[in-house]
Write a protein that binds this ligand. Structure first.
Ligand SMILES: [Zn+2]
Length: 252
């Protein structure tokens, strides 16, 4: 069977039992994007895949495929990082589950997106090693919308086009992916979520940061709740469904 990929870095995003001894595993891979593959004998071959096909495991995988329309077959998997910290903390694991669901929803099979792959890895490392889970989720979502081409536009009022000035609060509409200024709001009812000037400033600041500098971004407690609520509403609108894992958002 021809090789589809060899020693490609990949994160396990889903793993389902298939028949008595196989598993169908969904990875997010560098150079490839989302990829589903069957791990034959995953329940039996203890040495080959044991403790490797757990959710969030960071691996190097080799797959083969008999034809482009056939399911790939996982032939090798080497563990790079098992993210043990995620498995030892319920809240970290639940936060990672939100990340996992969003990446699954935001990606299509074999649509390469190396920025999203890097963001996924950064987020899992951050959740694995720090206890600031809620700010990490906020940073992840702001960058996720960038990756998939739906960055909220906070540069001007979506109604009148007036450039947004620092220190101005407004209303975020998931439908337009942007803000409405106080003057336009006075003209009538518009659906959306009010955002303070601080939250608008925070999201804009994170949007400007390079993904490899996310560690330097700080989201203050005062604006975290409204920032997360705004990102959640926007995600729900973009994905056209509720995020099943959002109920696991860690407590303060
Ligand atoms: Zn306006």
């Amino acid at each position: 069977m021809p090789t589809l990929c060899a020693a490609v870095p990949a994160v396990v995003l889903d793993s389902l039992d298939h028949g008595e001894s196989d598993k169908i595993v969904t990875f997010f891979c560098r150079d490839i994007g989302k990829l589903s593959a069957i791990a034959k004998g995953a329940h039996r071959s203890k040495k080959r895949f044991v403790n490797k096909l757990e959710l969030f495991s960071f691996l190097q995988i080799t797959c083969s495929q008999s034809a482009p329309d056939r399911l790939a077959v996982l032939t090798e998997a080497d563990l790079i990082n098992g993210f043990l910290g995620l498995r030892q903390s319920v809240t970290a694991y639940q936060a990672a589950s939100i990340v996992r669901e969003c990446v699954l929803l935001a990606s299509s099979e074999k649509q390469r997106d190396d920025h999203l792959f890097q963001l996924l890895l950064w987020t899992l490392h951050a959740l694995n090693s720090r206890d600031k889970q809620k700010p990490t989720i906020a940073l992840f979502l702001i960058k996720l919308f960038d990756c998939i081409g739906y960055r909220p536009d906070f540069s001007l009022c979506q109604r009148c086009g007036t450039p947004w000035h620092a220190g101005q609060s407004g209303l975020f509409s998931p439908l337009t992916g942007g803000l409405t200024c106080p003057a336009c709001l006075a003209g009538g009812e518009i659906a959306g979520r009010r955002l303070s000037a601080g939250a608008i400033q925070t999201i804009t600041m994170v949007q400007r940061h390079q993904p490899d500098r996310l560690n330097r971004c700080k989201i203050g407690r005062a604006v975290l709740a409204e920032t997360l609520d705004c990102l959640h509403q926007y995600g729900r609108h973009l994905f056209q469904r509720e995020l099943a894992s959002w109920k696991w958002l860690p407590p303060d």
